[in-house]
Design a protein around this ligand. Structure first.
Ligand SMILES: *Cc1c(COP(=O)(O)O)cnc(C)c1O
Length: 391
């Protein structure tokens, strides 16, 4: 592979401090994690409701493994579509109050599968600049023209849409932006879609479980109908605490995906026991509203604490509470200092976020206690010297 010059490319990454390393976790996800034999208080998972290690979810997973075995064994179209998958789809359809739901193995695959089943050459996909990478990749893969509009700004979007003679126009947005924590202006986008014969697709990976009535997510929070948001994607690896993803929509949408979505058709079904266990996490997610209330308390505690110390936060009401640091060097340094104090928050660097916008992506979970957040605030106070330096 000499002609590939992999070493040079890797060295370049390292010299820009953009090289990524993986921590090795020696136990379950939770407020306290074990990494290389050391305990840390972690504020960086997406396990917003603390369900990834919930005893009832685990117990159901174990029972389901006894009933269904482990591997999915085949794709859904061949012989991999089990009763467990089917029942979870029905439960998620009832939860989202939509006619039908289709499960995918991951959120990344759901997004690839949906966008490329809905548009191709001659179509137009409009994406918020800060959309998740899987949505941006899906747009490219579809072969449609892709327009990236300014974050949460409908002006350019409206102009481009009204000029376009594409045969199908899809507006795609995160419901809650994954690296910023702010909400997409869904009511406004729904109006833009309606006035321009476009269809609105929302990826609510970070909204489900926290926002809306019973954790029904962004679309419920904004009180929008299936007509206004025909395509709704959710993931199961975040607030649900398991793994996989789903698309909720009309009968015709779901049937179209079953027939045309390549990332649905050409892959092995997720392990049925995961689907079965997700039914329990769905029940807990919907019924235990104390988790959302507690999380809301923690968010307020954290924001008030940062405000009192003069640490600027982003405009976010969700469990994603990033501290914008700026330079890569500084973000890494603060992250390292916090680790010395026993706190784990990974620095998020380009290309995940725009250049000059490296940040500490603090995430809160219902499994954190007020004491945990107090300790985080104390630690942030101790690293403020570094946070406040210019650059
Ligand atoms: C995490 C995430 C995904 C990908 O979901 P996976 O199930 O982890 O593949 C898609 N979209 C958004 C907005 C996400 O945050």
């Amino acid at each position: 592979m000499e002609g590939f010059q992999l070493r040079e490319v890797l060295d370049q990454r390292r010299s820009e401090q953009l090289h990524r390393e993986r921590l090795v976790l020696d136990g379950p996800q939770g407020p306290e994690v074990l990494v290389n034999g050391k305990r840390y208080l972690a504020f960086c998972s997406n396990d917003y409701l603390g369900l990834a290690n919930h005893p009832a979810v685990i117990a159901r997973f174990q029972q389901a493994a006894n009933r269904y075995g482990l591997g999915g064994g085949a794709s859904h179209m061949i012989i991999g579509h089990s009763r467990a998958h089917h029942e979870l789809e029905e439960a998620l359809a009832a939860f989202t109050r939509r006619p039908r739901v289709l499960l995918f193995s991951t959120g990344y695959m759901a997004n690839l599968g949906v966008i490329s089943a809905l548009v191709e050459r001659g179509g137009l996909v409009c994406q918020d600049r800060l959309n998740h990478a899987s949505l941006l990749d899906a747009g490219k893969l579809s072969g449609a023209r892709v327009l990236r509009y300014r974050h949460a700004d409908s002006e350019v979007l409206t102009n481009r849409l009204s000029d376009s003679n594409a045969y199908r126009k899809l507006i795609v947005t995160d419901g809650v932006f994954s690296m910023d924590g702010d909400l997409a202006p869904l009511s406004m986008l729904a109006n833009v879609a309606k006035n321009n014969d476009a269809c609105l697709m929302v990826d609510d990976a970070h909204g489900f479980g926290f926002l809306g009535e019973g954790g029904r997510g962004s679309v419920s929070h904004w009180q929008l109908s299936i007509k206004q948001v025909p395509v709704l994607v959710g993931t199961l690896g975040k607030a649900f605490g398991t793994s996989g993803a789903f698309v909720a929509g009309s009968e015709e949408l779901i049937e179209t995906l079953i027939q045309f979505s390549r990332s649905y058709i050409y892959t092995t079904a997720m392990p049925p026991a995961i689907a079965d266990a997700t039914q329990v996490s769905l029940q807990i997610l919907e019924s235990e509203s104390w988790r959302r209330e507690h999380l809301t308390d923690l968010i307020k505690l954290f924001r008030d604490g940062c405000h009192a110390m003069g640490i600027p936060l982003m405009e976010s009401m969700t469990p994603i509470q990033p501290i914008l640091v700026g330079s890569v060097e500084k973000a890494l340094l603060v992250s390292r200092k916090l680790a010395e104090l026993g706190i784990l928050i990974t620095a998020i660097r380009p290309p995940t976020v725009p250049r000059g916008e490296a940040r500490l992506r603090v995430t809160l979970s219902a499994s954190h206690s007020r004491r945990h957040v107090d300790y985080l605030l104390t630690a942030l106070n101790q690293v403020q010297g570094v946070l406040n330096t210019s650059n």
